[in-house]
Design a protein around this ligand. Structure first.
Ligand code: SF4
Ligand code: SF4
Length: 223
């Protein structure tokens, strides 16, 4: 009988991280093309590409799929950034976010450095990579209702389809009515915690995943 593999061993041996990273990169590219096409069609400026303002977008309440957290976790492990101190910061940040109403959250992301650059840029979440605004950055920082941005319908559908394919490759059955989805620091933290576990499927399955209705309520509260 073959030895049971940890999550880290499994996703490395089966090249799941490379597969996910390639799919994520394709999705990011599609979003850039889509947003550029809309900008050209309607003569709108691609403001984010030249933005030098404080990155209000990186203070948002970022929701990600578990596979997006896993890919970031893999990068943190690979680059030697998975430390007890980082895990403690992720835990504290996740607890703070979970106890704060979504609409009230406006805090710089843990992965934003002092120069306002994303330190996980190549594997940044879909939510971040698909955000393109066509209005001045001042509106982002004012959290204005007048912000105009790209609507990435096809890219979101592709990201959701990838979530299904990811769970199948991991043999991670879905709990009925629940999605493997959560806030960015929590999804990275649980991926790191599962990384060295051989019973990672049981560990991941027993986490308090929200129902679709609970997510709908959270997103509505965000508006
Ligand atoms: S979303 Fe707003 S703050 Fe973020 S990079 Fe674009 S223009 Fe700048
Ligand atoms: S992951 Fe990167 S792009 Fe996304 S909010 Fe954090 S710093 Fe910004």
């Amino acid at each position: 009988m073959s030895a049971q593999r940890t999550l880290g061993e499994f996703v490395t041996d089966e090249k799941i991280v490379e597969w996910l990273a390639a799919q994520i990169a394709d999705n990011h590219r599609d979003a850039t093309h889509g947003a550029t096409a809309v900008a050209k069609r309607h003569h709108l400026p691609m403001v984010c590409s030249t933005c030098t303002a404080t990155k209000a977008c990186c203070s948002s309440y970022v929701l990600v799929r578990l596979y997006e957290g896993l890919v970031i976790a893999a990068e943190l492990v690979r680059s030697g950034r998975d430390t007890p101190a980082l895990r403690e910061m992720l835990r504290a940040r996740a607890e703070l976010m979970e106890s704060t109403p979504v609409a009230d959250w406006f805090t710089p992301c843990l992965f934003l450095d002092e120069a306002e650059r994303c330190t996980v840029y190549a594997v940044r979440p879909t939510t971040c990579a698909q955000l393109f605004v066509y209005t001045p950055p001042d509106l982002c920082n004012a959290r204005s209702n007048e912000i105009k941005s790209y609507t990435p319908r096809e890219e979101v559908a592709a990201a959701n389809a990838l979530e299904e394919a990811f769970r199948e490759r991991l043999s991670l059955r879905k709990k009925v009515g629940r999605r493997y989805f959560g806030i960015l620091p929590r999804m990275v933290l649980v991926s790191l915690e599962a990384w060295d576990l051989t019973d990672f499927r049981d560990y991941l399955r027993q986490l308090p995943w929200r129902t679709d209705e609970e997510w709908a309520a959270a997103v509505a509260a965000r508006a």
